[in-house]
Design a protein around this ligand. Structure first.
Ligand code: NDP
Ligand code: 8X3
Length: 252
């Protein structure tokens, strides 16, 4: 029997790259994100892989939409073996006194509450079957706090705490819980963070080689292919040019 993985945020970046990797491993995929046309395009791109794909388009901040999507899942897709909690974003990069309430809400609702809603939907079935693997996408921002990162860093610190809490609470149920914590990855992340300002986004990666989405997909592939008795608790992955969230080396 093929495994089933549900990946949130599969329309772009790390989530999309992970979907491609897991498809190559022969894992059936439930792909989620708001941009349904991108989900359809990815399904089409993966049509030559020997896997089935189910697309579920919803906003992870809306519990009713998540409920509706989960109620629509056919019986044969219900035994989800791997959950990749990847959907997330930074909105804005402002000092705490200038931060926009709407940005803060978007990050908290997506990165923390969305991850929790989704996990709560998937975990009971894993508990019943006493098997499963949850991979939470955290960040260097979950381990360090940098100037103007305040609320984004707080949401990723929360992801770290939730990951540890899940690992403890799910221990009796043989469910693996891992996190992957990247430094700078060049995806749509910075375009989203700077509200569509491409120049500001490009500046983030100027003069250095950042990570790319495949580098993180590679790590997730490694995590989900370990033997049953091995769990990778966390992987902190940085570009060679980035020593910490604050120190990086740029060539002029
Ligand atoms: P992208 O912007 O390329 O992808 C983000 C994904 O999240 C998209 O598929 C988007 O789908 C989805 N998403 C965002 N908001 C929602 C929502 N409300 N409902 C459903 N899906 C949503 O960025 P990345 O691939 O870089 O980001 C993926 C994860 O990696 C995030 O959690 C991010 O915090 C984390 N991360 C990123 C780093 C980086 O430097 N890029 C470094 C460390 C961690 P759609 O818009 O279609 O809904
Ligand atoms: C994304 C990496 O350094 O921009 O989580 O916070 S960073």
């Amino acid at each position: 029997m093929k495994k089933i993985a549900l990946i949130t945020g599969a329309t772009s970046g790390i989530g999309r790259a992970t979907a491609k990797r897991l498809a190559k491993l022969g894992i059936n995929l439930i792909l989620t994100g708001r941009r349904s046309e991108r989900l359809e395009a990815l399904k089409e791109e993966l049509k030559n892989e020997t896997v089935n794909i189910l697309n579920l388009s919803f906003d992870i901040r809306e519990i009713d939409a998540i409920d509706k999507a989960f109620n629509s899942i056919p019986e044969e897709w219900k035994n989800i073996d791997i959950l990749v909690n990847n959907a997330g974003l930074a909105a804005g990069a402002d000092p705490i006194y200038n931060g926009l309430w709407s940005d803060w809400e978007q990050m908290i609702d997506t990165n923390i509450k969305g991850l929790l809603y989704l996990s709560k939907k998937v975990i009971p079935n894993m508990m019943e079957r006493k098997t499963g693997h949850i991979v939470n996408v955290s960040s260097i921002a979950g381990k360090e706090t940098y100037a103007n990162g305040n609320v984004y860093c707080a949401t990723k610190h929360a992801v770290e705490a939730i990951t540890k809490g899940m690992r403890i609470d799910l221990l009796p149920y043989n469910i693996k819980v891992s996190s992957v914590s990247p430094g700078m990855v060049e995806t749509e992340f910075s375009i989203v963070r700077y509200h569509g300002d491409k120049d500001k986004a490009d500046n983030v990666y100027k003069g250095l080689t950042p990570l790319f989405e495949n580098d993180i997909a590679d790590a997730i592939e490694y995590m989900v292919t370990r033997p049953a008795h091995v769990n990778i608790n966390d992987m902190l992955i940085m570009p060679t040019a980035e020593a910490s969230a604050v120190y990086n080396h740029r060539e002029e």
